[in-house]
Structure formats: structure tokens, C-alpha cells
Design a binder for this molecule. Structure first.
Ligand code: AMP
Ligand code: ZN
Length: 105
């Protein structure tokens, strides 16, 4: 998707540093953090939201990314959030999982 900001980030267009990456997903810091640690787990595949996702395996891979990243960072307590749809606050229509830890801003 040429006009999708997360596809551009995955493509390296903005030089965004990845906290973690594998064949399925990349993980980077949210540009407008709402907690001390605020990361986004983003699938390499462009899927608009959970509503458009049909791949059970991909969801499993994304959740395993959450586990790997939090474990790597020594984070034992955190919240995961998936906003689905405009009315729920979804702003970027490329599926992503928020990881929020520490003090919420
Ligand atoms: P959502 O409201 O669930 O769609 O979340 C989108 C998130 O993407 C927001 O928390 C934004 O701060 C974040 N965001 C938007 N643009 C960027 C960017 N270029 N780099 C990192 N995070 C971004
Ligand atoms: Zn995209």
C-alpha cells in the first residue's frame, strides 16, 4: 500500500529504528508515546485492521512478537491494545498491537 505510513516505515522510508523484527513483523517505538514504554507490533503484510484479518497464524506470530520483545526488554507487566475502527480510535489503518508499560501518560 503506497500511501500507508506503516508500510513506508516497514519499507525503511523514514529510517525508523526497529526494536525487533522477524519475517512476520517489525516493532518500533510509538512516535507519540502514551506510556513510559509504548511500542507498536506491526505485521509486514498490509492488513487494514483486525476486521480484515483472516490469518490465525499471523495473529499468533504477532502475539509471540509481543512476548519476545517484552522478554528482551525485561518488561513483565504491560498492556496490549488493538484499536479496531475509527470509532474505537484507530488512526492508522494497518493492523498493529500497542504494547504499553510503566507509567501511563
Ligand atoms: P491507532 O490509534 O491504534 O491507529 O494507533 C496509531 C499509533 O501510531 C498512534 O499511537 C500514533 O502515535 C502512532 N504513529 C503514527 N505515526 C507514527 C510514526 N511515523 N512512527 C511511529 N508511530 C506512529
Ligand atoms: Zn500498510
Amino acid at each position: 500500500m503506497s500511501d500507508c505510513i506503516f508500510c513506508k516505515i516497514i519499507n525503511g522510508d523514514f529510517g525508523t529504528e526497529f526494536v525487533y523484527e522477524n519475517e512476520h513483523a517489525v516493532v518500533f517505538k510509538d512516535i507519540n508515546p502514551k506510556a513510559d514504554t509504548h511500542l507498536l507490533v506491526v505485521p509486514r503484510l498490509h492488513v487494514e485492521s483486525l476486521n480484515e484479518l483472516n490469518d490465525k497464524n499471523l495473529l499468533g506470530e504477532l502475539m509471540m512478537c509481543v512476548k519476545t520483545v517484552t522478554e528482551n526488554l525485561g518488561i513483565k507487566s504491560y498492556r496490549t491494545v488493538i484499536n479496531t475502527g475509527k470509532d474505537a480510535g484507530q488512526e492508522v489503518f494497518h493492523l498493529h498491537i500497542h504494547i504499553l508499560a510503566g507509567r501511563i501518560h
